[in-house]
Design a protein around this ligand. Sequence first.
Ligand code: HEC
Length: 204
Amino acid sequence: MSGRMLATCAACAFSLVFVWPTQAQQTFGESHIAVENPAELSKDEANAIYDKLKEMMASGYGLSQIALVDGYQSWTRYNSAPYLSATHGQRFVNNYANATGKTYGSLKAGEQLPAGTVLAKDSVTVKDDGKFYPGALFIMEKLNAGTNPDTADWRYMVINPDGSLAGDTTGDGPELVKYCHDCHIGMAEMDYIFYVPDDYRVAR
Ligand code: HEC
């Protein structure tokens, strides 16, 4: 590690763990990963943590048997690394879009994503013990025009990491996920999507 890196590294405990992967593997437990200060994760560190948890996450969400998000991890991911999302419960999140939603990354004001677009935002959560665990899966599905005027034809859904459904605007517990659109409505001119924070965008 160079002197400059040491000087600029606000959380060197991470770097020491993460710079050498073999050592890192010994430090990690079977499935849960601990770090000292999650807010200071680098992109590499966040990706490494996600890589360790993503299969477990997919199996957990899969228990919901909601086919809409089957195989979502093979869709295009629009962020370079999981990033902290204050608006989704201070979780580290990723943004995936299915093939129908391929203009998710290039949408211009006034344009709309086509019906059948599914946006899946999975998440990793940090608990008080400083360890990372699978978090909820946040979903937006674009419905056919006129299907659901209350939410501008977007369906919002949340699946818990154990596969249970936390709410669905077109199914069980719609009132539990009503707040989703109340915030996304701020982006009405961009078809209600916020997209990825600038420094985490992947050029597409
Ligand atoms: C307080 C505002 C707010 C609330 C509430 C909110 N979101 Fe978001 N959502 C955002 C922002 C900001 C982004 C993009 C940046 C990020 O991920 O933090 C986003 C991104 C998303 C994306 C990726 C598509 C996009 O907009 O780029 C999905 C999917 C999503 N949210 C689903 C949900 C669901 C489901 C809920 C309700 C359980 C919800 N959101 C609640 C603000 C919000």
